[in-house]
Every structure is written in C-alpha cells, then in structure tokens.
Design a protein. Structure first.
Length: 539
C-alpha cells in the first residue's frame, strides 16, 4: 500500500544556515567550504573530510559531536544516526516534524555535500574481492538518498562540478537555494546512487557469480561524452561508461587526433574493433566497416598486405569507412590508408611515424585502445523494446571452440579449412542473413542483412563481380573460394547460389529440417561442407 502524503508544499527559497560535508573526492572541497563559511554557514563534517577542513583552518564540527556517538568499526558506522537522518529528512513546515525535532534536539541540515567511496575505480583495478567490498559506501548513499528525497527543504550536492552553481545561487538569492535548483540536484543525486548500485550489482555478477538474469536488473553508467546528436540530427545522444572495468574499444579509446566522435562513428568503430579482435595477435588483421557491417576483412603477412586485401574486397564501400587493425599501426600502412577518405582508424597502438602521416588529415579520427577486446569475455547485450528491454549474454562463441562436423563425402582441404574458420569468424559480425565468401585469408564478397539468405548469397557474389571488374581480374575471386553462412540454409537454393558463384567449401551451423537436401546438393557439386552446431544470427 502506498504511503499517503500530507500534501505540504515545499517553500521556494530555503536559507542555508547549516551544511553537512562528507566526501571521498575532495577536489574543490576546501575553497567551496571556505566560501560557505564566509557566508556564515555552519560546517559539520566526518572523518577525513573534517580533517581536511580543519587543516585548512576552517571551523568545523565533527559529526560525533552531533550524534553523541563515536565513529566505530573502522568508519563503517558514523552517520547512520537519528540526529543525522532526522536533520536530513525533517519536513520543516510540518508541525509534527518540528515537534519531533524539538523533542529530540535535532537540528536540520539545509545543504548536504556528499560523494561516495570510489567503488568503481577500485573494482576496475586489481584489488582483491575483500578490498572491493570494503569500498562499497553505505552511509554516503543513505545521506544522499535522504537529502534528495527531502529536496523540498535540503539541497544535495554529489558532484564538485555543481559547487559553483550553488554558490552562485546563494549570492543571487540572499543566501537561499531555490526549489528548481534543489530539484535538479536531487534528480542528479538519485541517478548517482542508482549508477553506483548498478556498478556494485554488475561487479557481483562477475566476481561473486551472482545471478545475471535475476528478478531485478540494474543498469547504470557515467557520462563520458555528450554527442552532437544520435543516428540522425533530431535525437539527442550521449556516451556512458559502466563503473566496472571495461573492455578495450571505441568507448574507452584515447582520441589521438580528429573531430569528436559521433554516435554513428562510435557504433561503427565498435563493430570494426570487435571484429578485428577476433583474430588476436597471431597474424596481422584488418577490418573495414561501413554502417556496422564489414565491407572487407583480411589477414596478411604484414599489416599493409592485410589492409590492401581488405580494401580490395569492396573498394567502393570502403570510402568513408572505419578501419580497425589488431596490432601497432605502422607508417607504411598509414600511408596506404590516407589515399582514400576514411572516417576513423582504430588500433591497439599507433607508431610515431603513423601519427605523423595521419596528422596531414586533421579531420580523420585516430583512436588508440591499448589492447584488443577479448572475443571470449563474458558480458551482456542490451536492446530496448517498446515497454522494456532485452538482455542477453554476449556472443562469446568462437569457431575454434566449436565441434566442427564434416557432413559431405569430401572433407575440406587444410587451406579450405583455414579459410572456413576465417569466414565464420567474419560472419559472426555481419548482420543476418549473412553470407561471407573468403579466399586466402581475405573476404572476397559479403552479403549482409537481407530478408532471404539466397539474396545475401547473390549480393555477395555480385559484390565479388564488381570487385573483379575494379581490379581488372578475368573472373571474380569467389571462384575457388569458401563460403560461410551465419545460420543454416533453410533450402538448397542458397547453397546452390554459392556454388554457382564458385565456392568449393561451405561452413554453416546446420540444424535445418532440410539438412539432407542441402548436403545432397553439396555432394552433387563435389563441395565440402562443415556444420558448426552453433549459429551467430546478429540482428
């Protein structure tokens, strides 16, 4: 049953006479507290915050003098007391609350300045679980929530960036805070505690193996960047980062040069880097992405070889694309990249020579991640739907870990099997229905996102014909290639289309009720086919 309100309207202006300060992040604390003291505002504080203020020569009352109770249990218990929370939660114009304050000698707080133990930073490091748990703040969030709930009478500040706005309003409002400011600060405070609790819940899912699909779910993050707009100019957009350790990628990369990243830049760059990370560091690899789909992916003896092979898959679509590499980007490869317009280049590291080359293209965004994204790492994917959101485990399946089964009379040759592995890795990152032709460690035709698998197969073959014409080849490189399908062929027609394009080996999940029909078509053409038993099916 809902708790009834007394319907007592809060005042607009609340004079600030007494402030409670308890912060972990002490940036700007002393100047702010000094400014409050200059305005004759009494300061009450706790632990390290009180010491910092006292050492700065400010008059400050220790919280234990307010509660009449010492700080105990290594500081775990210091503010969880009626003299504190009564002062935070009292509705000052409610006669019953005023009577309780007088009866129990409770003084109100008009301004509360609290930020929390650095749980996110500690959890993102290499601290042991007990240390991480010790950095879960209890008293701080309790004060923040109490003050935010009672924002009709209390201003709650959780971000040092708001110190200036508070002082400005005190000066403009005869030492009082206005209701509009208190409402804004309260909303920000609840977002902070929600994000904080979500970070703890996510850490517990991983470190303590808590249930990830529980009755309640927790999402939260910290603003990393306000973007110019979303996918198109009319929606607003921003980038948020989770509190716990993040995988290397577009969201956390260092921007070495170029314009600010857009919503689409981040989305496409993430797709490129996730794909190229599939290949680890064993061989140089390059992925070129357009609209979150690969238009060329290749391995090579050198990074330059890989880039040229990836570019040759679809030179038209590569224009204005995103390029990701899986190792230090060298000067020679950088020189090849700047021959065409490229939006973003992302690499684990970028050599000084490569940086100098890209400097001649100041609008190109150059990102350095410091490492690759582990394709096997656990995690979750979130997608909004009307009225809710979907949550699933990341697709951490890799073809090397799959139980591959040859289902045709002819088994793939070793070179074919290597290309099948390569093609299926790429298919994982192509929007379904996905068809990927590959040859000699490079894609030669990609069909993405079609409603029919046979259409994807035909589009990929058409792309290969266009590439052959651009390269001056006598025939498309799908001749003698292998082909990967992200999901099973429901009919033989999709496979037949791939065979007509020149594929001599196929990798697909299998699992169709017509698998025998599809296998018979492969056998009739002398094509080798492998079932993975696992589909990717990216949407």
């Amino acid at each position: 049953m809902a708790i009834a309100s007394k319907s007592i309207a809060p005042p607009d202006a609340v004079p600030v006479r007494r402030a409670l300060l308890s912060v972990s992040d002490k940036s700007g604390l002393v100047p702010f507290a000094a400014a409050l003291a200059e305005r004759n505002i009494a300061l009450v504080s706790t632990g390290g915050t009180r010491r910092a203020l006292a050492e700065a020569g400010l008059a400050v009352t220790d919280i234990s003098e307010v509660t009449g109770f010492p700080e105990i249990m290594d500081g775990r218990v210091k503010t969880l007391h009626p003299k504190v929370h009564g002062g935070l939660l009292a509705v000052r114009n409610d006669p019953d609350h005023r009577a309780a304050m007088e009866e129990h000698a409770i003084e109100g707080f008009d301004l509360v300045v609290v930020n929390l133990y650095p749980f996110e930073e500690v959890a993102a490091g290499d601290a042991d679980p007990l240390t991480v748990i010790e950095n879960i703040d209890i008293g701080g969030p309790a004060m923040v929530r109490a003050a935010a709930k009672n924002h009709g009478h209390v201003a709650i500040v959780t971000d040092p960036a708001d110190y200036g706005a508070v002082l400005g309003q005190l000066d403009a409002n005869d030492g009082a805070t206005g209701l509009d400011l208190r409402r804004r600060l309260a909303a920000k405070a609840f977002k902070r505690t929600a994000s904080y609790d979500a970070a703890i819940a996510r850490w517990m899912e991983g470190a303590l193996e808590a249930e990830p699909f529980d009755v309640h779910d927790a999402l939260g993050g910290t603003l990393a960047a306000t973007l110019r707009y979303g996918e198109t100019p009319h929606p607003a957009a921003a980038l948020y980062l989770p509190g716990a350790a993040a995988r290397p990628g577009a969201a956390t990369a260092t921007i070495l040069q170029g314009k600010a990243l857009s919503y689409n830049n981040i989305n496409d760059t993430d797709a490129a880097f996730e794909l190229v990370s599939e290949f680890g560091t064993e061989r140089p690899a390059v992925a070129i992405i357009k609209h979150a789909n690969p238009c060329g992916v290749a391995l090579g003896e050198t990074l330059l070889d890989a880039y040229r092979a990836a570019f040759d898959c679809d030179r038209t679509s590569a224009f204005g694309g995103i390029v990701a590499v899986n190792r230090t980007l060298d000067e020679e490869t950088a020189r090849a990249m700047v021959d065409i317009f490229t939006e973003v280049v992302i690499a684990p590291e970028v050599s000084e020579g490569a940086r100098a080359v890209f400097a001649a293209k100041p609008n190109l965004r150059l990102l350095e991640t410091g490492g690759l994204a582990d394709p096997r790492a656990a995690g979750h994917m979130i997608r909004p739907v009307a009225g809710g959101y979907l949550k699933q485990d990341r697709d951490a399946a890799t073809v090397e870990a799959m139980d591959l089964r040859v289902v045709t009379a002819r088994a793939p040759e070793p070179d074919e099997m290597a290309d099948l592995h390569f093609a299926f890795r790429v298919a994982k990152h192509v929007k379904s229905n996905a068809i990927v032709y590959a040859r000699d460690g490079a894609t030669v035709g990609i069909g993405a996102g079609q409603m029919s698998r046979v259409d994807s197969s035909r589009i990929a073959a058409r792309k290969a014909l266009d590439a052959a014409e651009a390269l001056g080849l006598a025939e498309p490189r799908t001749k003698g290639s292998v082909v990967a399908s992200d999901a099973f062929f429901p009919f033989a027609d999709g496979l037949v289309s791939a065979i007509e394009a020149g594929a001599r080996a196929v990798i697909q999940p299998g699992g169709s009720i017509r698998d025998e029909e599809v296998t018979a078509a492969a056998d009739a053409a002398g094509v080798a086919m492998v079932f993975t038993g696992v589909r990717h099916f990216r949407h």
